[in-house]
Design a protein around this ligand. Structure first.
Ligand SMILES: Nc1ncnc2c1ncn2[C@@H]1O[C@H](COP(=O)(O)OP(=O)(O)OP(=O)(O)O)[C@@H](O)[C@H]1O
Ligand SMILES: [Mg+2]
Length: 427
């Protein structure tokens, strides 16, 4: 089994590589540190080593630089495994439908995620902006658009409330008695005024995605361009460019949230398989706090049975909700910390003792402390220095090659998408 190198440790004048063993990686890694200290570089170097060793990986990059770097360094023999999801490629949009489900487990899980995503985007502090009423309507509406052989996307939800023919067709496919009751008992009694109030509410949330051609062409698709279970089994290389500068912050968060939810659904189904049938898969997510919902904590705690090794990074511990922070410290096998501010140094000093607050505050860039999982146990903290970005021959033509191949394999020509969406979304 191939190890990956994280950095270099110097002790009493001896330098040795800090190596992370494959079997320990399924317990995950979390990394924190101020801007410019070398976090993305560590992930890039590790991910490239995974690619060179033939593993399957997914890299979610909120800036785009790491993806560009990886593309320049991918060995030729792995080019056919690359799926480059760049939502800013307007001419050949990929399909990313949160609500495409293949079985009952996925259906339940994804509808719950849909609700969680709306909390995360529109009411993260749960102040009551999104309440039980919206949840109830959203759950039933989502289950209704998903009904029938063609399925549906979340962007079709508002149409349910304005297009009686669409509502009728969708309802004819329903089998779940609770959803049937929602329409026949509750909705039948709801006044027109109340309905339009609810529609306005839905439109205020879905509207920005329906009205943005870029997002509509991606999220309106009923069929996903790729499926995580297949991609993990085939050891594909999924590179996701969520550059906020190109697609906008809200859109980047929405797409990241959908991706992680779909990944989670696929990963959780792997628990039923024998360990040997779970091909290891490695996920790298920078600024991960933007792309996870509350259910993510459970993925961290019951990790090994899924065959997924996660690598999560962000700049501030204080950006993380308490549940996620507790789950990280309680469950993640490998912790790595660079220079941080005072508040974070205080928290880290507790986890990394005998390293002190002051040690973290004064760390030069590219230097870190690590608690590494070794043979199933987390080590005492020790120090390390990052490896510089790997200096191997680079090929700047790879991105263009990959883009051409991917447009054919996973994208749809924009005009075609727009034509079919015009029929699908409008009454
Ligand atoms: N060991 C190293 N030696 C020399 N240069 C390095 C080393 N590690 C990283 N760098 C360079 O330092 C710069 C900052 O690194 P990087 O982008 O990885 O930081 P970061 O922690 O991800 O920052 P941000 O939080 O802003 O994304 C980059 O230009 C990178 O190439
Ligand atoms: Mg970075």
């Amino acid at each position: 089994m191939a190890n990956v190198s994280i950095g270099i440790n110097e002790f009493r004048g001896r330098r040795r590589l800090i190596e992370y063993a494959e079997k320990d990686r399924l317990r995950h890694m979390y990394m924190v540190g101020k801007t410019g200290v070398g976090k993305s570089t560590i992930f890039q170097n590790m991910c490239l080593q995974d690619i060179q060793s033939g593993h399957g990986v997914c890299f979610i990059d909120p800036h785009g630089d790491s993806i560009d770097w990886l593309l320049e360094h991918i060995p030729q023999n792995r080019l056919q495994d690359v799926i480059l999801f760049d939502p800013s490629d307007k001419d050949f949009p990929f399909g990313l439908n949160l609500l495409e489900a293949h079985d009952e487990f996925e259906k339940d899980f994804l509808v719950n995620e849909c609700i969680q995503i709306f909390y995360k985007l529109f009411d993260p502090e749960k102040t009551g902006l999104i309440g039980p009423q919206f949840e109830h309507w959203l759950r039933n509406a989502a289950l209704t658009v998903m009904a029938g052989p063609e399925g549906g996307s979340i962007l079709e939800i508002p149409k349910l409330f304005v297009d009686p023919a669409f509502e009728k067709t969708k309802r004819s496919h329903l089998t779940d008695p609770l959803v049937i009751d929602f329409w026949t008992k509750q909705m039948a009694k709801t006044s027109g005024f109340h309905k339009s109030e609810m529609l306005n509410y839905f439109m205020s949330k879905f509207g920005p995605f329906i009205n943005s051609p870029l997002m509509r062409n991606i999220m309106g698709h009923r069929i996903n361009s790729f499926e995580f279970d297949e991609l993990m089994d085939k050891k594909s290389i999924l590179l996701v460019n969520l550059s906020k500068g190109k697609i906008g912050e809200m859109n980047a968060h929405m797409l990241g949230l959908i991706l992680i939810s779909r990944l989670q659904a696929a990963v959780m189904k792997r628990a039923d398989r024998g360990a040997s049938a779970r091909t290891p898969f490695y996920l790298y997510v920078d600024e991960f706090q933007n792309f996870i919902t509350d259910t993510f904590a459970s993925l961290l705690s019951e990790s090994r049975k899924y065959g997924l090794g996660m690598h999560l990074a962000n700049q501030y511990l204080s950006q993380l909700p308490d549940t996620i922070r507790d789950s990280l410290f309680g469950n993640v096998g490998t912790l790595l910390a660079f220079e941080v501010g005072i508040e974070d140094a205080r928290i880290l000093a507790r986890e990394f003792a005998p390293i002190t607050e002051r040690d973290f505050i004064g760390l030069p860039r590219f230097n870190f402390y690590i608690k590494l999982m070794i043979d199933g146990k987390t080590s005492e903290a020790f120090s390390g220095i990052t490896l510089p970005p790997e200096e191997i021959s680079k090929d700047s033509s790879t991105k263009a090659k990959v883009t051409t191949l991917n447009r054919l394999a996973y994208g749809w020509p924009r005009l075609l998408v727009e034509k079919s969406l015009a029929r699908q979304l409008h009454s």
